[in-house]
Design a binder for this molecule. Sequence first.
Ligand code: SF4
Ligand code: SF4
Length: 208
Amino acid sequence: MNKCKRCGTCCKKGGPCLHLVDAGLITQGIIGPADLVTYRAGEPVFDPVKAAVFPLSGDMIKIKSAGDTRQCKFFDQACGCMIYANRPLECRLLKCWDTREIEEVFLKDTLARRDLLPEGAKMREIMDSYDRIFRIADVLAAIEAGVPIGPGDNFLEGIKAIVEADQLFRQRAVSLIGIGHDMLDFFFGRDVREIVQAVRGMSLEGGR
Ligand code: SF4
Ligand code: SF4
């Protein structure tokens, strides 16, 4: 095989990570903040080139999945890619029969949230505050070491308190600033609960 038959198998495995060259897709409104999810610095990701997991050093922005599936939200079973003419770099480079080109760009020149917001934008300040308060690397390191985080000495309660504070911050961003619910994952990244559960497999029932 040496030609894409547009079967959609790769689209069903997840959306692409965006690169600087994809910025125009957002500024032109082809892809919107509600279509995106940010993975923040400190979140562990799998590097398929090195076949290893490592923590991100900065933002990685991806197109969201559809519902509870892994499938890219722009994939339609009947029509295929709904933005095919404007698909992002990784989608243009992906050849399932030869992955060398996409491996070349993996996590290079990636797009970050701040690339999409003008200097001095109020939203930058709010994101900075969020990133300072909810440093995911610290949370995961505390879990790894089994040490309590926060003011108390109860390990699980400390994690739950951070999860609750994260939810409250997001609720306030919606009610006080007017950010759409569907844009929270772009501006603030995946929530702490989701990351902790995904990365450490911890049950945090009752934490919300
Ligand atoms: S790159 Fe491969 S898996 Fe993806 S749509 Fe084309 S043929 Fe299918
Ligand atoms: S943007 Fe289009 S080509 Fe790329 S993963 Fe999504 S559906 Fe597939």
